[in-house]
Design a protein around this ligand. Structure first.
Ligand code: GLC
Length: 518
């Protein structure tokens, strides 16, 4: 990786999210695994990503596909074992690819030994590691839960435990009880889980719903208008920030700029940026407003302006279009290949660290998952379909039938076919990553938005004497955006014209820079 002196590696990085169940199957059981990832590290190196983030690979009953962890310090047998993980880490590092794990601190599995102990009796020493409360009605304690919070996948956020006659809190599934971060032993035990992986050499973590770990110990009712979303009382509770500073100290006690990217699922950018702290909380924080807006120049311009306004000093933006929780962006943008190509240019040229979601470089849409094949309680299977590696019917998944159906058009949209086609989506992503790697302006430069015709987003990126202009035409017709004497670096529509002629095609993005020489 080309790195500015003194800059942490993650500022210059492009991170690639792997959903391990769906990436590649090394054992032939129809579920992706660590040996499958090992077998495709050269693909990732050729693509040009700097780091991979693995969604959870820990032992888990899989009620939420691994986001219900029953042991933070091991590997689920479906994915492999610690020796396979160590080999993967070493092989990734040998290719200059960093590895981030997904850390799930807000809740454990109900099968985690901590919760099993906590649930066993009111007097158990781990009872207070979770939130246990009496019902509201002392005479009928099992009828009314302790407060009005709703769980993320529906229903109330509490489950009654008959043997110990109390309710426990779970903001997600009943199989995902919330850990009590107000208890110092929980803080220490969770720090130890970070150290376990940092000692093994991982480069950092994606931190699951990290904005939720701090909670008002009174667990007050949410205001009625917010009872369905539980905002404020457990999202964005001020006490979370002290916990984040403690977590950051653990990361900073290791050499090599170990990093963390926080999943902070808040709406307001001015609130999201508070999770950077004064450079003493999270190094990186997702801002999901980019996945909430559509294919719309005005909305993107407003978001870019907002990010430029709030991400000052050490607050470094993070950009994302797709992940394992949301409909793939190509599908959101109406299935259009042109839009997905232009969006790739946008994602990889904005100021900040881009996160790619495995398969977007192939132009994948969401899969259609019939109800009898559905797995996810949150209805998110469509974006978790297996990655097609080859054009034949098995698509590189040569053993048992994969756990979910493939995305549409996998005979065309697969890694092998696209590797052989210099106009494919994969070729575009590779070219973009190459250009970005070679350009200090695209990696580190300031961003200035420039006025443009209706339906067009235009900005420049500048760093010392390196400068690029990006023009994204959201319209379904060509537009004129005249610029003197410029060379085309990237054209999402691969017209192949090296000299910029002032015209940008429909739903096309171009990157241009001043021509050198006479
Ligand atoms: C995060 C994860 C999601 C999971 C939830 C509960 O939002 O991205 O997949 O279901 O947290 O852990």
């Amino acid at each position: 990786m080309v790195q500015e002196p003194g800059a942490p590696w993650w500022r210059d990085a492009v991170v690639y999210q792997i959903y391990p169940r769906s990436f590649a199957d090394g054992t032939g059981d129809g579920v992706g695994d660590l040996s499958g990832i090992r077998a495709h590290l050269d693909y990732l190196a050729d693509l040009g990503v700097d780091a991979i983030w693995l969604s959870p690979i820990y032992p888990s009953p899989m009620a939420d596909n691994g986001y219900d962890v029953s042991d933070y310090c091991d590997i689920d047998p479906v994915f492999g074992d610690l020796a396979t993980f160590d080999a993967l880490l070493a092989e990734a590092h040998a290719r200059d690819i960093k590895v981030l794990l997904d850390w799930v601190p807000n809740h454990t599995s109900d099968q985690h030994p901590w919760f099993v102990a906590s649930r066993s009796s009111r007097g158990n020493p781990k009872r207070d590691w979770y939130y246990w409360r009496d019902g509201r009605d002392a005479d009928n304690p099992d009828t009314a839960p302790p407060n009005n919070w709703r769980a993320a996948f529906g229903g109330i956020a509490w489950t009654w435990d008959e043997p110990t006659q109390q309710w426990y809190l779970h903001n997600f599934l009943p199989q995902q009880p919330d850990l009590n971060w107000n208890h110092q032993e929980v803080v220490e035990a969770m720090h130890a889980t970070l150290r376990f992986w940092l000692d093994r050499g991982v480069d950092g973590f994606r931190m699951d719903v990290i904005h939720m770990i701090g909670k008002d110990p009174e667990l007050p009712d949410a205001p009625p208008a917010e009872a369905n979303t539980n905002r404020v009382v457990f999202n964005d509770y001020p006490g979370t920030h002290a916990l984040l500073r403690g977590i950051r100290k653990v990361l900073d006690s290791y050499p090599g700029d170990r990093t963390a990217v926080g999943e902070v699922n808040l709406r307001d950018t001015d609130r999201i940026v508070t999770y950077y702290g004064r450079d003493d909380e999270l190094p990186l924080v997702f801002n999901f407003n980019s996945v909430r807006i559509g294919w719309d120049a005005a909305e993107w311009s407003a978001l870019v302006d907002e990010v430029e306004r709030y991400y000052v000093g050490d607050r470094w933006p993070v950009w994302v279009l797709s992940n394992h929780d949301i409909v793939r962006h190509r599908t959101r943008y109406g299935g259009s290949e042109a839009r997905a190509r232009a969006a790739a240019v946008l994602l990889l040229t904005l100021r900040g660290t881009p996160f790619l979601y495995a398969g977007e470089e192939l132009g994948l849409c969401n899969a259609e998952v019939p109800p009898e094949q559905a797995h996810d309680p949150g209805g998110r299977d469509g974006c978790r379909a297996p990655i097609p590696w080859t054009a034949d019917a098995a698509h590189g998944w040569t053993g048992a039938t994969p756990w979910l159906p493939f995305p549409p058009d996998a005979d065309r949209l697969n890694a092998t076919t696209e590797t052989g086609d210099d106009k494919s989506m994969l070729a575009l992503y590779r070219a973009l990553l190459r250009v970005r790697r070679a350009s200090p302006a695209l990696r580190r430069g300031e961003l200035t938005r420039v006025d443009a015709p209706a339906g067009v987003l235009r900005y420049t990126r500048t760093h010392n004497d390196d400068s690029c202009t990006v023009i994204v035409n959201f319209n379904h017709f060509d537009v004129d955006v005249p610029l003197d004497n410029c060379t085309v670096v990237i054209d999402s529509n691969h017209t192949g014209n090296p000299v910029y002629d002032g015209r940008v095609g429909a739903e096309t993005a171009v990157v241009v820079r001043p021509s050198v020489g006479p």
